[in-house]
Every structure is written in structure tokens, then in C-alpha cells.
Design a protein around this ligand. Structure first.
Ligand SMILES: [Mg+2]
Length: 289
């Protein structure tokens, strides 16, 4: 159980966590997420687990988060792969933006939806149930910040499958054209989309660097990393933060992840996209305490 779980109005903003603390926090979030969603019978556990480490790095180390979720100077996170939002809910409850009882009753009467819906006062910046919309929204936010000379940054987590949507590529063109270096895109690159592998849908066989090449070709500044290696992600994102030069393109970090990471029974197995593990499957083991 995550301590400090949400009593909205008593927000706890701690300092930046160390890499070791982040690793522990990510495990706590994983455990809390699995405990609640399995108990409550919700699906979409696997796509939620692939982005837990990414979210933990952003919320507990990188982003400028504020006690008031609507504070103008806050950094924004748009979570575009919104059906995989359970890790996000767990973090928002841990931070205190969501009440603990609302998260604990998720899927059992809570107002929280299976897809994250916009509720800025609870820390959810955009509703992205229909895929391919989060990045255009985040690009608009970053453009608005640049026009008004605001210093906050905009982060957008997108799924690799949803990068097939043309709206994302229009957004990247716009962000490159307008030099939106205040926009950081993080691709949860788990190699799966819904119930199949990307290479069985639109990604050419054997082209593991397909997204990297395409995004670079569109003009973004692209890096790749291990999306379950906290230090790797911190080093990459903080390395960008130290670059003060203006007039740079948007940044894109392609984080290689494993769908279902943390529960060995479902890792990289397509059928678990929306399937709840049985008690026997859970006995296969976990990657967290
Ligand atoms: Mg995917």
C-alpha cells in the first residue's frame, strides 16, 4: 500500500527523489496498482504497468509539481495512452490529488473512469480515451506557453501503437516548426498495441528503430532508453533540462518497455491487454516486493 495515499487538500510535495528512492517508489506504485485493480476486477493492467517507471521518474524527480493541481506555474503531463492510466491514478492518490477512497473504489463506483478523463483539479490535464489526441493537445499547451512566455514544461506520454495515428505526426510537424523545446514526448515503446505486436500491424518486420528514425526524420530531437531503468531515464531527461539554448526542436524519448512489467505471468503476452490474471497466474511471480 502506498503511504500518503490521497486526502485531497493535504498535498505532500517532497523534494526530488534519488535514483534508489525512485526505484523503491516505482515498486510501491506497481504493488498498489496491481493490488487495487486486481481486487476490483479492472482490465488494462498490462498497458498500465509498462509506464509506471516513466511516470515515477516524471512525478518524483523531473516535473515541477505544485500543491495546487491547478497552479499556473506547474509543469503539465498529458497522458495520451489513457486506457493504461492505473499507474497514473496510483501516483495522483499518493501525491494527494486524488482521495484515497476514490482510487480504492476504482471500478467499484468511483468517479474515476477506465480511461483518464480531464479533471485538472485532480491532476488529470486531458481526456484521451480516443487515441492519437494527447500529443496534439500537449503541443497546443506548449505553444500557448511559448506565446505567453511561460516557463512551465509540457510532457506527453504516448503509446507506441497510437503513434500510427496521423494526428501525432501533424503535431510533431507543428512542434518542430515552432521550435517547442518546452515539449517532451515520451513514447512507452512496449512493442504491443492492444492484442498484437506492432510488427504484425504496421511496423516493418525487424525495424526496432522505426519510431526513432521517423521522429528524427520529422525533426524532433530523439533519444532512446530503457524505460524500466530509472537512472537511464533520469540521465536522459535531466541531460535535456540542462540545455538552455533556445530555439531547439521538441524532445522525444523513446523508452523501451515491457507490457505487463512486474507481473511475470503477463509480461509481453498480447492476450493480457485487457485480462485480469487469475490467482494461479499471479503465483508465477512478481518483480517487486
Ligand atoms: Mg504499446
Amino acid at each position: 500500500m502506498v503511504k500518503n495515499a490521497g486526502k485531497r487538500g493535504k498535498i505532500k510535495i517532497s523534494g526530488k527523489l534519488t535514483v534508489k528512492q525512485l526505484e523503491k517508489k516505482a515498486d510501491d506504485i506497481r504493488k498498489n496498482t496491481v493490488d487495487i485493480v486486481v481486487k476490483n476486477g479492472a482490465g488494462h493492467i498490462a498497458p498500465s504497468l509498462s509506464s509506471v517507471d516513466i511516470l515515477t521518474v516524471l512525478y518524483y524527480r523531473i516535473m515541477n509539481v505544485k500543491p495546487d493541481a491547478e497552479e499556473e506555474k506547474r509543469d503539465r503531463l498529458v497522458f495520451s495512452k489513457a486506457h493504461g492510466c492505473y499507474g497514473l491514478y496510483s501516483i495522483l492518490a499518493d501525491k494527494g490529488y486524488l482521495k484515497g477512497k476514490d482510487w480504492q473504489s476504482f471500478y467499484k463506483g468511483s468517479f474515476l473512469s477506465g480511461c483518464a478523463e480531464r479533471s485538472v483539479k485532480h491532476g488529470i490535464e486531458a481526456g484521451c480515451g480516443s487515441l492519437g489526441h494527447g500529443l496534439p493537445i500537449a503541443t497546443g499547451m506548449a505553444f500557448g506557453a511559448k506565446l505567453r512566455n511561460r516557463k512551465y514544461r509540457v510532457y506527453c506520454i504516448v503509446g507506441d501503437g497510437e503513434m500510427q495515428e496521423g494526428s501525432n505526426w501533424e503535431a510533431i510537424q507543428f512542434a518542430v516548426k515552432h521550435e517547442l523545446s518546452n515539449l517532451t514526448i515520451i513514447v512507452d515503446h512496449n512493442g504491443l498495441q492492444a492484442m498484437d505486436f506492432l510488427e504484425e500491424i504496421l511496423t516493418p518486420k525487424g525495424r526496432k528503430d522505426d519510431l526513432q528514425k521517423k521522429m528524427r526524420g520529422f525533426g524532433a530531437e530523439v533519444k532512446t532508453c530503457n524505460g524500466h531503468n530509472i537512472k537511464d531515464m533520469v540521465d536522459n531527461i535531466e541531460g535535456w533540462s540542462r540545455t538552455k539554448k533556445r530555439g531547439r526542436p521538441p524532445r522525444a524519448l523513446i523508452a523501451n518497455t515491457i507490457k505487463g512489467y512486474g507481473l511475470k505471468c503477463m509480461e509481453n503476452i498480447p492476450k493480457f491487454h485487457f485480462r485480469i490474471p487469475t490467482d494461479k497466474e499471479l503465483e508465477t511471480g512478481k518483480r517487486y516486493e
